[in-house]
Design a protein around this ligand. Structure first.
Ligand SMILES: Cc1cc2nc3c(=O)[nH]c(=O)nc-3n(C[C@H](O)[C@H](O)[C@H](O)COP(=O)(O)OP(=O)(O)OC[C@H]3O[C@@H](n4cnc5c(N)ncnc54)[C@H](O)[C@@H]3O)c2cc1C
Length: 261
């Protein structure tokens, strides 16, 4: 008989993209204007984690690294069905770029004895897509990115993924432990049930890990971050034109007359 899996799902708190404005003087994002929400691609990650648990058995633990109020995204994940949540919070994490962020998430996945770590494709605020491969690299685990479908093979301790590659798909099998970055929109995330939502908002308390709890206090924060931002610029919005057509034939004629096809 195969064993059950420890599934870790990484969820990030981001400013609601619909609310974010740009400071015209500094060219930086006015993050404080926007409501803090669960990164949209991470709904696909939570859904994937819950479906894996339904297929294989085990537990789903949501992990986030952020300030104390990032607890809200753990509540969202627990409301959707995650069994537990861990908050990585410490002043020492401040200023971390993707390298220490991945390190902290990797260390927590090890601490939780994770078999599978599920992440979203990318965040909607920094959008590097570097964190899932970073977690795999720090722990020397397998990685599956741009995943469209997942098939667990618990009898072999394996996950088989259909990956989106330019111009097609490929099927790849990876041995556990494995880090998976799921494609944005790869599934239809469930809606939180009322009882679970009430539990997550009234009774659930995440366990907190500091950098020293994970033994990485010397390797996180601004000083441990190799990235430096050289400058920033804003692009003016492009003026868009639009024309309505009544039929596909008319559309084809228009495109032909414009030389577009
Ligand atoms: C020089 C530099 C300094 C920075 N300083 C700060 C700072 O002071 N404060 C600050 O808030 N940000 C800072 N950032 C941004 C920060 O590095 C990123 O937000 C973070 O590393 C995650 O990268 P990303 O958003 O591109 O994740 P991606 O790689 O695009 O995310 C992919 C997936 O990884 C998971 N994931 C990503 N981040 C987290 C997380 N924190 N917790 C759980 N899961 C996660 C999610 O599943 C997500 O869908 C800085 C970035 C740079 C380059």
């Amino acid at each position: 008989m195969s064993r059950e899996w420890n599934i870790v799902v990484c969820v990030k708190q981001v400013p609601d993209a619909d609310d974010v404005s740009i400071d015209p003087d500094t060219g930086t994002l006015n993050r404080s204007d926007a409501e803090a929400v669960l990164n949209k691609p991470d709904y696909n990650a939570v859904e994937t984690a819950l479906r894996l648990k339904e297929a294989v058995g085990g537990t789903v633990t949501a992990v986030t690294m952020g300030p104390p109020f990032a607890k809200a995204v753990l509540e969202a994940a627990v409301g959707l069905g995650a069994d537990d949540g861990i908050l990585l919070t410490d002043r020492a994490f401040g200023g971390s770029d993707t390298w220490p962020t991945s390190l902290a998430l990797a260390a927590s996945a090890e601490e939780l004895d994770g078999d599978v770590v599920i992440c979203g494709e990318e965040s909607t605020d920094s959008s590097t897509g570097q964190v899932p491969p970073g977690i795999a690299a720090h722990n020397d685990w397998s990685q599956l990115t741009y995943v469209e479908e997942l098939e667990p093979r618990p009898e072999n301790d394996e996950l088989v993924a259909t990956r989106d590659i330019e111009g097609g798909h490929e099927e790849v099998a990876a041995s556990l432990p494995v880090v998976v970055a799921v494609g944005f929109g790869m599934n239809e995330p469930r809606v939180a049930g009322l009882h679970r939502k009430i539990f997550s908002e009234t009774e659930f308390e995440p366990e907190e890990y500091s950098a020293s709890d994970l033994g990485i206090e010397e390797s996180v924060g601004l000083a441990a971050s190799p990235t430096s931002v050289g400058g920033m610029d804003t692009a003016d919005p492009v003026e868009r034109e639009r024309e309505m057509v009544d039929s596909v034939d008319e559309l084809v004629d228009k495109l032909q007359s414009e030389g577009a096809i």
